[in-house]
Design a protein around this ligand. Structure first.
Ligand code: DGL
Length: 262
């Protein structure tokens, strides 16, 4: 097996994996969630770097991926160059969809909803400067929404967290919200239901198109057959295994990776 590997600190990357899977259902894919070190958005940059490298070492040794999607804005906005220099595998990163938001907004008011780490990155500032210079972009760091998304995929209610963030967004009077953390599109149907007039923008579909285009341009020797393998670190997590089983991940593995733990 030489799969496309989709990686995140937790369940967020599943929002990206779903877009890839919808477009390219025959690809073999592996998903990797680093629950043992999550949430990344609360870690220092050096802790994130050490941990992502530890998990990438394990993932490469165990899975031999032909393409790796870092389905985590927090890691991608920090580390993409480092990873590309370190490993002889193509990487696709996920970064906040500022450009799309700037094209969609009518009132030129955008909210960037992301982790505390992502909102303060130089990479993010550069995206805003380059693509949304004529907009007012409010940075809204909401690390606790990552926990809410994790609860949601395990079948728990998230009404309180949702109401809190919607109240903050209402005060900003924006017409477009960038879901700049891959966990947040998991809650998108709820956001859309509560605020149908707002554009809720994420990068998932664009990433799936990018993966498809790379597959067409380069011989990545990816295997096909639609095999789906989910790996995770941290404590045994039956509700999560049930969630990914529903998505078609027939094989689930728990990895014990102590290197790089914060
Ligand atoms: N899903 C991740 C992101 O896109 C990180 C969430 C976290 O672990 O803080 O930023």
């Amino acid at each position: 097996m030489r799969p496309v590997l989709v990686f995140d600190s937790g369940s967020g990357g599943l929002s990206v994996w779903q877009e890839i899977n919808a477009r390219l259902p025959d690809l073999d894919t592996a998903y990797c969630a680093d629950f043992a070190a999550a949430p990344y958005g609360m870690l220092t940059d050096s802790a994130i770097e050490a941990r992502v490298i530890a998990v990438m070492d394990q993932a490469r040794a165990a899975l031999d991926p032909g393409l790796i999607v870092i389905a985590c804005n927090t890691a991608s906005t920090l580390l993409l160059d480092t990873l590309r220099a370190r490993y002889p595998v193509p990487f696709v990163g996920v970064v906040p969809a500022i450009k799309t938001a700037a094209a969609l907004t009518r009132n030129k008011r955008i909210c960037l909803l992301a982790t505390p780490a992502t909102v303060k990155r130089a990479y993010t500032e550069e995206l805003i400067r380059q693509f949304a210079g004529d907009c007012e972009v409010s940075r809204l760091p909401r690390g606790e929404l990552v926990h809410a998304a994790e609860a949601f995929v395990r079948g728990k209610p998230v009404d309180t967290e949702l109401s809190a963030v919607l109240a903050q967004i209402d005060r900003l009077a924006v017409d477009t919200v960038v879901l700049g953390c891959t966990h947040f599109p998991l809650l998108k149907p709820l956001f859309q239901q509560e605020r149908p007039d707002i554009h809720w923008v994420d990068s998932g579909a664009a990433i799936a198109r990018r993966v498809e285009s790379l597959c067409g341009q380069q011989d990545l020797r990816l295997s096909v057959g639609g095999t789906r393998l989910a790996c995770y670190t941290g404590a045994e997590d039956e509700p999560w295994e049930a969630c990914v089983a529903d998505l078609g991940f027939a094989q689930r593995l728990r990895w014990d990776i102590s290197a790089g733990l914060p």
